[in-house]
Design a protein. Sequence first.
Length: 396
Amino acid sequence: MRFARAVALTAAALFAAGCQSKQESKPKEQAAAQAPAPAPAEGTILIGHVGSMTGAEATFGDSTDKGIKLAIEEQNKKGGVKGKQLALKTLDDSGKPEEAAVAATRLITQDKVAVLLGEVASSRSLAMAPIADSNHVPMITPTSTNPRVTKDGDKTRPYVFRVCFIDPFQGTVMAKFATEKKIKNVAILRDVGNDYSVGLADFFKKAFTATGGKIVADESYKAGDQDFKAQLTAIKNKKPEAVYVPGYYTDVALIARQARELGIKVPLMGGDGWDSNKLYEIAQGALDGSYFSNHYTDEDPSPVVQDFVKKYKAAYGSVPDALAVLGYDAALVAINALEKAKDLTGASVRDAIEQTKDFKGVSGTITLDADHNPVKPAVVLVIEKNKAHYAATVNP
């Protein structure tokens, strides 16, 4: 059903995009949506980015876009690719899957991008993926972790890739971490309207119960809700030793504050959707003692990581979050493929991306598997004094 909704959103987006033009231009646009995208025009190579630049998860889009821009600026200083400068066009989807589909369609059919980067959220990437495939334009998502983003049923999507780990691994990471912490009873609070949250909760539940753990409650909410006290009261009555909340930072921070107000003192646990400076601003310390899985930590002493942190701070005046890191890595993988591809047609660039092996990114070494997913470790961060700190590394 979730896949069906994604396909329906895609169809609606294609219709909406067509309605923006004059009636007589529809046949031409529809033909363009089905035909393979041609090589970019002479002069520059255009890279497209679809992101949540506004809306409830605006920091996701902003951080990702900054990481992408940094990678492109660095490459252009080196001379660009194949003697051409790179250019970036970013479209805002306001955090809505239907808008992500419209933006992807525009970048592919009108702007003729060579590569499409985005989205951060799995639900938005699921709306974009069929469009990239049908138009033969490579798409790399920096941080969409739902397995279905690169899989259409049992079939790997030919033009869709990612540079982040996937939810079966991320869910296992926190299940393993909870077990090592000797936590035996956990409650879950999931966003039922979010593919990312539902999938991650399911994978955590499966992995945790497989180790002998018990899920004492499984409550739900919808993104944008303001009152979580009914669900949290039900959870409190079950006396869990931790609460797993695999949502996005705005909701998670409010949930944490209300949990503490109700006297729930146990740790909250979550995933990479927590990663935003806004999390701490909204939570106001309510998440201290809580844990979440993530793709990187700025406390990593690796020269590659520290060099990136230094460059990012110089460019933007802040410490990069994981979204910035993975936006940067996604752009680097795209640039590497553009350099190695025999030409700039979609098929050639796609083949080059698929051959990515032992590529040194800030988030780790990237080798894409048969399903277009990288195999890489995750870190677990602990929040202390309203700031995230390194707690552990969990390898695949």
